[in-house]
Design a protein around this ligand. Sequence first.
Ligand code: CDT
Length: 307
Amino acid sequence: MSRILIIAAAQMGPIARNESRSSAVARMCALMEIAVDQNADIVVFPELALTTFFPRWFIADQEEIDGWFERQMPGHEIQPLFDLAKKMKIGFSFGYAELTDKGHHFNTSIIVDKAGNIVGKYRKIHLPGHKENEPWRPFQHLEKRYFEPGDLGFKVFNAFNGRLGLCICNDRRWPETFRVLGLQGAELVMLGYNTPAHYPPAPEHDHLQDFHNHLVLQAGAYQNGTWIVGVAKAGHEEGCDLIGGTCIISPTGVIMAQCKGLGDEVIVHECDLNLCQEIQQNIFNFELHREPDSYKLITSTKGIVWE
Ligand code: CDT
């Protein structure tokens, strides 16, 4: 028996610093219409999909920083996306900067069901980059300054007749992310990313950025027997080249669909969630084969233990 979810991945090209939320949302609505035309059940958008990737600038003024954040979801500029999705009966997921009532700042993503209800929320745990201004860099990566580490853990949500998990960008490089989701029976993990092609601290790895992106996504899918959808904000954004490579990966780790360019683009794949069992009940049958007593260092230490 199959359990098909038609998944669309909506890659977005660059968003300019002065581009409004309404403009980004209009682009997202256009991508959503394409996904609807292909009968998608859910469409996945990138990390921080509503604005340019603002952590690339050092901003001293807290009021200006807060201007990049959403105090309510959906706010009035985002409402048209929720309205269209509800009208078209399509679910969606996207990332945004969240400012809570208590003044906390998170890099967040949500899952919205076909009726327009937020049914899943995740706050980014692995925040890359640095805290202080580092003017030697051609662009900053100040996620550690502008966001707090997420406080919701890695959760799997019962939605869309499946077990759905979220993570965001840098999280995908950490096997712990996918394993914690895998240990909750994840059948689909959705994530967005903004990944610069140039990594200032180790530019000798620049030519490997696309490879590392797919390497970790494919490994995460296979090692946990889950579908993974990775969605880029891509292209030349405010002087910074962002990789593309948006893709939909099967539980055997195979890329089933991939974007061709670096602009706004939709790919769609019919994902059978029951395929997860082929891996989860065999080679990676956790109950049968895991040896957690031998993995204690994973949670007892943050860094390397030399003895
Ligand atoms: N957005 C994000 O998490 N980007 C990081 C860049 C790492 S280099 C500071 C990534 O892992 O793709």
